[in-house]
Design a protein around this ligand. Structure first.
Ligand SMILES: [Zn+2]
Length: 387
């Protein structure tokens, strides 16, 4: 956070208060003494902040645990009764929404399947349908703190726009503006792979790592790169476009929707497989199981191209972890992942051999992560602050 001239003691006070609130949220129940230890703030400052938060009803004191005859510190927790968030996973083939309370319980989940988006406004119909159904289930309307989105497309999370998503038929689409107008609630957007990187880096598989990469093979291909605990956005928020890595050459280099040729996504994604090889993912899976030579040849070609692309990226960035996920891998990963691991290790230099390659057992429910986006913003520590 930049502290310019406008900032003053009031702003620092607010930042400290948010730090304390955030710690109570992530680590509570937590005692005042531990808050002081973890923030480096004085006991007196903590006492002042806690009194303020108590008076605003944002936190609660709970019953201390017995500790011999000594004075027992009172644990503090977030007062999350009646606080809710809606999370929306905006995928190319479906819109899934979850209504969650701030204890991470799901109150209601709704999925609308989409045959095909016909025009720019079409995805909005499905989004409204899902949100409207969830809104009916919110126990107390004033408790709803916002709507978060995980989006299969390039997202400018600051401006609240979708920069580009061919599947959704959007280019510079002002999603936040449209939704704020309709619902009057805070709206938060993040690209699906970036959101996954944030969630996994906060408390998931990548929590211990400062250098990691996520590769999501799904309807399209998404990736996110965490460098020194910072999400790499790139100059135009489009870093990590692995789908358009030039992977195929010769007669395999066919045209991609981006205008170029030979992009990885032309075969190594659910949409590419269908468009350019005539297989749905299910058909491809079945053909592989039945040892159809055409499918096996295609599989080998795809696998070799992914391995080469990722080996090059590992060689350039030297990540500690790489993580595979997405429905493409959910389905054929049993066969694909061991081959990828073996080939990648053969392709990368000795200096990078300690890279750890992990796979999420199943692509997470991203509507829940998107609801988490709301909770995190509510506690006013934007994700950019963690990185
Ligand atoms: Zn392309």
């Amino acid at each position: 956070m930049k502290l310019g001239k406008v900032s003053n003691s009031q702003m620092i006070k607010e930042i400290n208060q948010q730090k304390v609130l955030r710690l109570i949220y992530t680590e509570g129940p937590i005692a005042r003494v531990d808050l002081a230890g973890k923030t480096g703030l004085t006991q007196q400052t903590i006492t002042n902040i806690v009194n303020r938060l108590l008076s605003e009803n944002l936190i609660l004191e709970t019953t201390p645990v017995a500790n011999g005859g000594r004075r027992r510190p009172i644990p503090l927790i977030i007062n999350s009764t009646n606080m809710y968030a809606i999370g929306i996973e905006l995928a190319i083939k479906y819109v899934r929404g979850s209504l969650m309370d701030f204890h991470n319980n799901t109150l209601k989940e709704v999925t609308e399947f989409v045959p095909r988006y016909e025009n720019e406004e079409h995805p909005m119909e499905y989004i409204y349908k899902v949100i409207d159904q969830l809104l009916e289930q919110v126990p107390e309307k004033e408790g709803l703190k916002g709507i978060g989105f995980s989006i299969q497309g390039l997202v400018d999370s600051n401006k609240g726009t979708v920069i580009y998503s061919p599947g959704l038929r959007w280019r510079d689409f002002p999603l936040r503006e449209k939704l704020e107008e309709r619902y009057g609630l805070p709206i938060y957007l993040e690209n699906d792979a970036n959101l996954l990187a944030i969630v996994e880096s906060l408390n998931g598989e990548l929590a211990s790592s400062e250098q990691s990469m996520i590769f999501k093979f799904d309807y399209g291909i998404g990736s996110a790169m965490v460098i020194n605990k910072q999400l790499l956005h790139g100059a135009n928020f489009v870093a990590g476009e692995l789908g358009h890595y030039k992977a195929f050459t010769g007669e395999d280099a066919i045209s991609c929707h981006c205008g170029a040729q030979g992009c990885l996504t032309t075969f190594a994604s659910i949409s590419g497989l269908k468009r350019n090889a005539g297989f749905t993912l299910e058909e491809f899976y079945k053909a592989l199981r039945e040892h159809e030579p055409e499918a096996i040849e295609l599989f080998d070609k795809i696998e070799a191209s992914i391995a080469k692309a990722i080996a090059n990226i590992i060689t350039l960035f030297n990540p500690e972890y790489i993580l595979f996920t997405g429905r493409f891998m959910d389905k054929i990963g049993d066969r694909m992942i061991p081959a990828l691991k073996k080939d990648i290790l053969e392709l990368i230099p000795e200096s990078c051999q300690n890279v750890k390659m992990i796979v999420l057992p199943e692509t997470p429910n991203e509507s829940k992560s998107a609801a988490g986006l709301v909770m995190n913003y509510f506690f006013n520590v934007p994700f950019s602050e963690f990185y």
